[in-house]
Ligand binder design. Structure first.
Ligand SMILES: [Zn+2]
Ligand SMILES: [Zn+2]
Length: 357
């Protein structure tokens, strides 16, 4: 099979390797689509050293067909179309956080019986833990299903910082995380979403795909002034920051959030951030970070819903519009082009780039 190996930075190679065998509780998946995530680009851009040994594999937003089943797997069949929940979010199962269903906070995340797990979507086959496989309906394409990882991040951010019905949410950013979050907010409640982006084209897609009601384009508008103007001078009830990086976007988010409101941080920042404590005190703001997803309490104390499954149910019910967010598709032999398109979204116009291995 063909597999992509990452040697650091832009050194990405497609190599032949043997098809792995699923062990107990595992299944072999023929990967049919894998998204290039912003986190896949950190090392590519030289922002993060390789932590695993070189070369390594990646691709954690994937979907495909079950090609083989290992021993002790029930409820799945060969040939079934499945969305794959990323393996780096597997919890150890024993710690305080795992016992509360908060696998995303597990200090030994992705370590099962001492073995490190991760998903390898940029490969023709990947061995997956069977419990992370979720059958999908025929009306959902593999590329759409590969977006469920993003949608689940949106479900988690919404659960942590709910937007009151009838109120306004501001979203800083117009990438895949912003778009999927906007669609989740609109599909789950009755809030208004204002999306803030640098270029008009993605903002048009946001409105057309139901991710935003109104947009603010940085090319010709000040984001704080525009958001205040759209909310009668009050500011948004919740401002979601999805960009991260080095700019002072948490302070900007606070400035456009109303009294008693919340700032929800999904973006990964690589530079220290300053906030104005006097403003935060005056407005009694709540700041919450939102890291990936796992499960969330549903009614009775002991019941928790998988946030990935919540996203899948919304997609199955036709309440999300993933198709317009998949702007580019590349074969596995074009992995370099795929990463280049994902890396320079302003020239490629990419929202989510898919690799079709
Ligand atoms: Zn991702
Ligand atoms: Zn744990």
């Amino acid at each position: 099979m063909k597999t992509v190996f990452f040697y650091g930075g832009t050194d990405i190679r497609v190599e032949e390797s043997s098809i792995p065998q699923p062990g107990p509780g595992e299944a072999l998946v023929r990967v049919r689509a894998a998204g290039v995530c912003g986190s896949d680009l950190h090392n590519y851009r030289g922002n993060r050293p390789a932590t695993s040994q070189v070369p390594w594999q990646q691709g954690h937003e994937l979907a495909g067909e079950i090609a083989a089943l290992g021993p002790r797997v029930s409820g799945l069949e060969i040939g079934q179309r499945v969305a794959v929940e990323a393996e780096h979010l597997l919890g150890c199962g024993n710690c305080r956080w795992c016992s509360q269903g908060q696998n995303q906070l597990c200090p030994n995340r992705s370590l099962i019986n001492g073995e490190k797990h991760s998903s390898h979507g940029f490969s023709q086959y990947d061995v997956c833990v069977a419990e992370n496989l979720h059958p999908i309906g025929d009306h959902i394409s593999f590329a759409e299903a590969a977006l469920l990882d993003c949608y689940a991040c949106g479900v988690h951010a919404m659960n942590r910082s709910p937007v009151p019905d009838g109120e306004t949410a501001a979203i800083i950013g117009a990438g895949a995380i912003a778009m999927t979050l906007g669609q989740i907010l609109k599909a789950s409640g009755s809030c208004r979403v204002v999306m803030i982006g640098t270029r008009p084209e993605p903002l048009q897609i946001a409105v057309a795909s139901g991710a935003a009601d109104e947009t603010v384009c940085l090319a010709d508008q000040n984001p704080v002034e525009a958001t205040l103007a759209l909310t009668g001078g009050e500011g948004a009830a919740v401002t979601f920051e999805t960009v991260g990086g080095t700019s002072q976007l948490i302070a900007q988010a606070a400035s456009m959030t109303r009294r008693g409101g919340s700032v929800s941080v999904l973006g990964l920042f690589t530079a220290p951030q300053e906030i104005d404590p006097a403003l935060a005190m005056q407005r009694e703001l709540t700041f919450r970070w939102s890291n990936s997803f796992s499960s969330w309490p549903a009614g009775p104390a002991s019941v928790r819903n998988s946030e990935y499954v919540t996203a899948l149910e919304l997609m199955e019910a036709g309440k999300l519009q993933p198709r317009p967010l998949v702007t580019h598709e590349f074969g596995i032999g074009e992995i370099g082009e795929a990463f280049a398109a994902a890396d320079s979204k302003s020239t490629s116009g990419a929202i989510r780039v898919m690799v079709i291995p």
